[in-house]
Design a protein around this ligand. Structure first.
Ligand code: BG6
Length: 472
């Protein structure tokens, strides 16, 4: 099966000169072009407030591609790609011009703008009749809490039908995140034990070694809970714990995800640890504390780390604790889903290190290495009957596939062009994900400090006791 070239399209990037367009969207569109996956008639229109001309936009795009394209820039074909690019200033008369520019029947408006700009853009599109038959892509953060997310959804609903709305969570475009479904539902052996009878607990970690970089102003309003937990983590949790869908059609999968999120109990603030990094050493470099970062308040209480205990109140998962955490300036970058099985009922078997018997663990490593490992006990060779933890491991890049996974944004933009909503978040799921974290937003526990380069505040260890975090 190969991917098809989508039908002719106009792709309007609203906020086309901004950070997201430069870091992700333009390089992704360019890589789709290299792969022959842009439509034959494709017009990519940058639409933004910046006062630049077409050449300026092409130069900006070239710079963005040189810096961010996973396949570099091919000088021989650059002009062909650059020929698809044009620019329009989002001035008062900008939308009238946009109407003239949008010639194709299929059009996409990619809103690479801050959430507060969204209502005005959506209403301007409608006022100029540009909404008809269009697809609109909305970036995260999708609101800042339940009430604001509902207002955004209401604005979208006033103009668009849900089938036209593509809410992006770029984690859903990652190969290994999509593999969660294949792993669970295409292999009968795991699904048999995927429940409270066999599973002791689940952990999800999204660890970053970077700090807030130049995004201090943005991050001060957001924090780890809104930036990663409410969206990326809950989306991965839904895929890991949902019921089998009746088919792999978009709505069947989105129904199951929404049902799962409905079963997740809103988190109690006492089951939450919020942390903030102080100065420390990460991967050999001394780094400043969060409060010393640019555009961050000296007395900021924004969390750069959050750990929560989650409960799913349904037949499959009742009583199985789910621990999730995310943080910046942790020792290294790693996203992992860890399924810890119950211990075998044979405490009399000795282990080689005199530790208690290690229960089986299944680890889905999403990034940076993409692999799946299963930890089990094997007999240590020799006359003594001793067991030792051993591992079966599958890595994407070394064994069966030998291909570099596509970048998430490439996959997602291609899906928007094809009109496939499977990997996009539906209104009910986004609403529920906010409802799950809203009690913490309303009554945030005090922030605890951790030195950069450590695994977060000690309080996060107590949260999982008597278990331990798998990555530590
Ligand atoms: C974004 C967050 O959604 O995800 C960033 O806003 C974070 O703060 C990023 O760094 C992490 O994405 P990835 O793909 O590098 O794991």
């Amino acid at each position: 099966m190969t991917l098809d070239r989508p039908e002719s399209q106009d792709i309007v990037i609203v906020g086309g000169t901004g950070d997201l367009a430069r870091r992700k969207l333009l390089p992704a569109l360019y890589n789709l072009f290299l792969a022959g996956l842009l439509p034959e008639a494709c017009s990519i229109i940058g639409f933004a407030r910046s006062k630049i001309d077409e050449d300026g936009f092409r130069a900006l795009a070239r710079e963005a591609v040189e810096a961010g394209s996973r396949r570099g820039l091919d000088a021989a074909t650059w002009d062909e790609f650059a020929g698809c690019l044009s620019y329009l200033e989002a001035s008062p008369g900008g939308y009238e011009e946009l109407v003239k520019r949008c010639q194709q029947t299929n059009r996409i408006f990619y809103l690479a703008t801050p959430p507060e700009a969204m209502p005005e853009v959506v209403h301007s599109l409608a006022k100029h009749g540009l909404d008809k038959g269009a697809r609109v892509v909305v970036e995260k953060p999708f609101g800042t809490d339940l009430a604001s997310a509902r207002r955004l959804n209401q604005t979208l609903r006033e103009v668009f039908d849900e089938s036209q709305v593509f809410r992006i969570d770029h984690y859903l475009g990652k190969e290994t995140v999509q593999d969660i479904l294949v792993f669970r539902f295409a292999n009968s052996v795991f699904e048999q034990v995927w429940n409270r009878t066999s599973i002791d607990h689940i952990q999800i970690t999204v660890a970053e070694s970077i700090g807030v970089e130049s995004r201090g102003r943005f991050y001060e309003q957001v924090g780890a809970l809104r930036d990663i937990l409410q969206n990326h983590v809950l989306q991965m949790l839904a895929l890991l714990t949902m019921e089998p869908p009746s088919s792999f059609a978009a709505e069947a999968i989105r129904d199951e995800k929404a049902k799962l999120l409905l079963a997740v109990k809103p988190v109690e603030p006492r089951q939450v640890v919020r942390g903030q990094y102080t100065a420390g050493v990460v991967e050999g470099d001394s780094v400043p504390g969060y409060r010393q970062e640019k555009s961050v308040a000296e007395d900021s209480t924004t969390e750069t780390f959050a750990a929560l205990r989650i409960e799913i109140e349904n037949w499959r998962w009742a009583g199985v604790p789910i621990y999730v955490r995310t943080g910046k300036r942790l020792p290294f970058r790693a996203t992992e889903l860890e399924v810890a099985f119950k211990q075998a009922p044979i405490p009399y078997l000795a282990t080689s290190d005199d530790a208690p018997l290690h229960p089986n663990h299944l680890t889905l490593r999403i990034q940076p290495e993409e692999k799946i490992t299963f930890q089990f006990l094997a007999k240590v060779p020799g006359a003594l009957l001793q067991a030792k933890p051993s591992e079966m491991s599958f890595a994407y890049d070394t064994e069966a596939f030998m291909v570099e996974p596509t970048e998430a944004y490439e996959r997602l933009i291609h899906d928007v062009m094809k009109g496939d909503q499977t990997l996009f978040v539906r209104e009910d799921a986004v609403d529920r994900a906010w409802a799950i974290v809203q009690p913490v937003i309303d009554a945030p526990p005090p922030v605890c400090f951790y030195a950069a380069g450590t695994w977060g505040p000690d309080e996060a260890k107590a949260l999982v006791a008597p278990n331990q975090w798998h990555l530590r």
